[in-house]
Design a protein around this ligand. Structure first.
Ligand SMILES: [Zn+2]
Ligand SMILES: [Zn+2]
Length: 248
C-alpha cells in the first residue's frame, strides 16, 4: 500500500550565512515534526558542514533526512544535490570545496556561518566564503552528482536570479536532472503556463527555508511504500505507482 509523505527538499541551517541563527538541527527537526514533514532535505550553500549534526539528531525523529548541498555553478545557477548517505555528500563537498574561490567569509557583511552540534551548540565557523559561485559548470555538477548516485534538482526555477531558467534561459535538454523545484513565489499552474517544456520534468516545491517560520510552506507530498531514499527516488521517477503530488 502506498502512503502519502509530506516532503520539503530544501531547508538551510545556520551554516548558510543568509539563514537565521535559530536554524539549528534540533530546531529544524522539531519544526518539521510540528509540520508533519517526513522527508527533509538539508541543503546549505556550497557546504554540508552541519549534515553530520542533523543526521545524528534525526535518529530521535521519525523523519527521513536527505543530506544535500545547494551548489552555485559558474553560471550562477543554484542546484540541489541530494544523496542517500553522509559519506556521499561529504565526498561531494570535497569536490565543491576544491572549486570555490579562495576567499574568506566576512560575517559582518554576509552573516555568520555557524558549525554546530545537533543541539545547536557552536563548534566553530566555516571560514570559506560559501555565498559564491564555484568554478563548476551545471554539466560538471550533474555528472559528479550522478557518479555518486545522488539526485540533481535545479532550485527555484521560477526565480529570475540564481535559477537555471533565469541564468541560461532554458533547461538544457541533454542535462540529466531528477526533478525541477519551483519556489513559494509561484504555483504549479502559473509555472506550467509560463514555461512550456516544464511538463517534461517531475515538479516539486520547497520552502527554501532560511528561518523556522519559512518551514510552514509544505505543499509537496510523496506517494511511497515506505520511508527511505530509494522510494523517494522512485517517486521522482514516477515508478510503480510512486509519485509526487503538489497541493497549492
Ligand atoms: Zn538558492
Ligand atoms: Zn536555498
Amino acid at each position: 500500500m502506498l502512503l502519502e509523505y509530506p516532503a520539503d527538499f530544501h531547508v538551510h541551517t545556520c551554516l548558510s550565512p543568509c539563514a537565521s541563527d535559530d536554524m539549528t538541527p534540533i530546531n529544524i527537526l522539531n519544526m518539521a515534526k510540528l509540520m508533519g514533514t517526513k522527508v527533509l532535505g538539508i541543503c546549505d550553500h556550497n557546504s554540508a558542514g552541519n549534515i553530520k549534526a542533523v543526521l545524528e539528531i534525526a535518529q530521535d525523529f521519525d523523519i527521513l533526512v536527505i543530506p544535500g548541498i545547494e551548489v552555485q555553478s559558474v553560471e550562477e545557477v543554484h542546484l540541489l544535490c541530494l544523496f542517500e548517505k553522509e559519506n556521499q555528500v561529504l565526498e561531494f563537498q570535497d569536490y565543491v570545496y576544491s572549486a570555490l574561490p579562495p576567499i574568506s567569509n566576512n560575517p559582518r557583511y554576509f552573516g555568520y556561518q555557524w558549525l554546530v552540534d545537533g543541539k545547536g551548540n557552536i563548534l566553530g565557523e566555516e571560514n570559506r566564503m560559501l555565498l559564491a559561485s564555484t568554478f563548476l559548470t551545471v554539466d560538471e555538477i550533474s555528472q559528479k552528482v550522478h557518479e555518486l548516485k545522488g539526485l540533481l534538482i535545479p532550485a527555484h526555477v521560477d526565480r529570475r536570479h540564481f535559477s537555471i531558467i533565469g541564468q541560461l534561459g532554458f533547461i538544457p535538454e541533454n542535462l540529466k536532472i531528477d526533478a525541477v523545484e519551483f519556489s513559494r513565489a509561484t504555483t504549479k499552474a502559473e509555472l506550467k503556463a509560463t514555461f512550456d517544456k516544464i511538463n517534461n520534468h517531475t515538479l516539486i516545491t520547497s520552502s527554501d527555508a532560511h528561518c523556522l517560520q519559512d518551514m510552514v510552506y509544505q505543499k509537496t507530498f510523496l506517494l511511497l511504500k515506505s520511508l527511505n531514499f530509494k522510494e523517494v527516488t522512485m517517486a521522482l521517477r514516477c515508478v510503480e505507482g510512486r509519485r509526487v503530488l503538489i497541493r497549492d
